[in-house]
Design a protein. Sequence first.
Length: 156
Amino acid sequence: MALYVAITLGLVAVSFGVIQLRIAIALSLLVWYNPKLAWAIIIGNAITGFFSPWGLINVVVGAATPAVFIFCMIILKKRGVGLLVISFMPTVFVPVGIGSMIMFVSGMPVNFGSWLSVAAPLAVSTFIVMTVLGVPLFKMLEGRKWFRAAILQNDK
C-alpha cells in the first residue's frame, strides 16, 4: 500500500489526468502471485485518490475500479489463466471506471465520442504500464529468490 502511494505521488505529474502513465498500477500484478495483497493495492488506490484533482469521487471510483479488476484477476488466476492475459484486466476496467468518472466531473457531454476521447488514452497508457512494462518486469522478478521470499511467503 505504501509503495503504491509513494510511486503514484512521486510521479504525480503523470499519475492523474486523461493522459496518465500511472506506473504504480503495475503493482496490481502482485495479486497474481499473492492474492492476499489485493486489499493493499485497493487501499493504496483509495489513498492516492485524496491527492487527485477530482477529490472524493476519485477516492471512491479510484478504489472501486481496481477492486473489480483485481478480483477478476484472482478468479481468472484460480482458473489457470496466465499473467499475460490477466494483465489486460486493468486495460479493460480503468477506461470504463476512471474514464466515466473523468467525463462526469469534467462536465463533458454524455456520448460515446466524448467517453472514447477519455477512455482511449487511459486504455493505451494502462496497457503500456501493465502489459508492455509490468509483465516482463514481474517475469524477471519471479526468478529472484528475494522476490519469491517477500511476495510468496504469505500465500500459503
